[in-house]
Design a protein around this ligand. Structure first.
Ligand code: DAT
Ligand code: MG
Length: 153
């Protein structure tokens, strides 16, 4: 089982996409382990995007990310990191396939609705940035039996 970090960005909150985005993750079969609404500051944006700190667009990205509260989450599942990347689609919504969250619901790379981790290592780092172990729940879903061959057995 793998955990991945997902964050609904300010445009997702402002455009009332929270429910739709969470629905996609639930429909995929991923399990919600933790969720927290937070208002980022520039320091945490730099920690979330260390690979982009030197890029010319970073100041715009940082201003966008601190423009509204965001929703931070941990989702668990088999191959959760790669599965969630696929569900989000390409970074640039203009290039993202239809059927993906960014492909269906966004137009601009500067407002692409959702962040998710790009590797297991980064997932662990990003989760630690936002959540303590006590804030992440380990539990069985009672609906799990209804995914079996003979749920009534
Ligand atoms: P992803 O979010 O798909 O993991 P990333 O880590 O390369 O992509 O970039 C993080 C965010 O930075 C991305 O979601 C939007 C913004 N960004 C990336 N490349 C950009 C660019 N060329 N111009 C403007 N914003 C960009
Ligand atoms: Mg990234």
């Amino acid at each position: 089982m793998e955990d991945t970090f997902v964050l609904i960005k300010p445009d997702g909150i402002q455009r009332s996409m929270v429910g739709r985005i969470i629905q996609r993750l639930e429909e995929k079969g991923l399990q919600l382990r933790a969720m927290k609404m937070v208002w980022l500051d520039k320091e945490i944006v730099e920690e979330l995007y260390p690979h982009l700190k030197e890029r010319e667009f970073f100041p715009r990205l940082a201003n966008f990310m601190i423009s509204s509260p965001v929703l931070a989450m941990v989702w668990r599942g088999e191959g959760a990191v790669a599965a969630t990347r696929k569900l989000l689609g390409s970074t640039d919504p203009q290039k993202a396939e239809n059927g993906t969250i960014r492909g269906d619901l966004a137009l601009a790379v500067g407002a692409n609705l959702v962040h998710c981790s790009d590797s297991e290592e980064n997932a662990a780092r990003e989760i630690e940035l936002f959540f303590s172990p006590e804030e992440m729940w380990d539990y069985e879903k009672s609906t799990e039996i209804w995914l079996r061959e003979e749920p009534w057995q």
